[in-house]
Design a protein around this ligand. Sequence first.
Ligand SMILES: *Cc1c(COP(=O)(O)O)cnc(C)c1O
Length: 356
Amino acid sequence: MKELKIDVTLSTEKKQKPSFDNLEFGKSFTDHMFVWNYTEGKGWHDARIIPYQPITLDPAATVFHYGQTVFEGLKAYLTKDEQILLFRPDENMKRFNRSNDRLCMPELDEEGALSALKQLIQIDREWIPSGEGTSLYIRPFMIATEAFLGVHPANSYQFMIILSPVGAYYKEGINPVKIAVESEYVRAVAGGTGNAKTAGNYAASLKASEIASENGYSQVLWLDGRENQYIEEVGSMNVFFKINGEVITPELNGSILEGITRKSIIELLNYMNIPVVERRISIHEIEQAYRDGVLEEAFGTGTAAVISPIGEFLWKNEKMAVNNGEIGPLSQKLYDTLTGIQNGTKEDPFGWSVQI
Ligand SMILES: *Cc1c(COP(=O)(O)O)cnc(C)c1O
């Protein structure tokens, strides 16, 4: 892989590191950040690693007004013998460019961005926690910086990478969450931006999550925006169901975000010879499976939690328990296998792990 030429300015004062035993997700950041500018006609320029610091933008910058911005999320793991592993980072870069395309943002040089990411992690490697279940969360993102209030794709951008040490998602074993099926608000519609990792989708999702949370539910199960019956995602994770021995996940339809964990779980299930299908699945089918006693397991998938088992669905005032509110054997097995591959304690027959 070609190495991107980066101008490096190291920080003169190292920050005080937080206690790695008790990290809150996304709260502390490492000593350095990567910045890369894009100007129409000139392309990408001024790749640099600088001390972590605030950025200065014109108040008229497009990102503030019209939300032209894209992000990614992945993790680096420190193995027992002090190697640094990334999980399928090329997939994140590909998805970044699919999101960019949807938002009319410039294509990123994927190899260059990956090279920058690796160099930044090397510089801040002391920030990768080593405890069980911990990792360094990586947040690449791009913003439109042109100072202009007309609605059009901006002519200048900044691509940045910041890093944040994160603790174990499950500190006291995996506890299944309670999920409220959302029948008023929608997260995204086919033809919209649901399949792009762009800020507006998350802003649009907050209201329903807030209401669910007030009612004692961790997150919402999103239904499609056209017929209000087909299942899309759970919170900001993809969703899987095990019904009568078969694993089902909603097929990609334009409004569902194409998760890398989702893709990996499907590949893993195929490898384990467990039947898995991608197809439309309605909330009515889930209700029927529950009544028939064949709704065996349900779980969300995403980089942050990897697998998040669901113990109950609330649907029209009816509480539908899944596996007595306990984690199911398949969910546990998938969690152990995938996290094992990611942190280097289990064999990786797929070549997913990339050593820095
Ligand atoms: C990021 C994200 C996911 C999960 O994607 P991963 O690549 O598995 O982390 C799922 N849904 C939404 C809406 C997301 O933003």
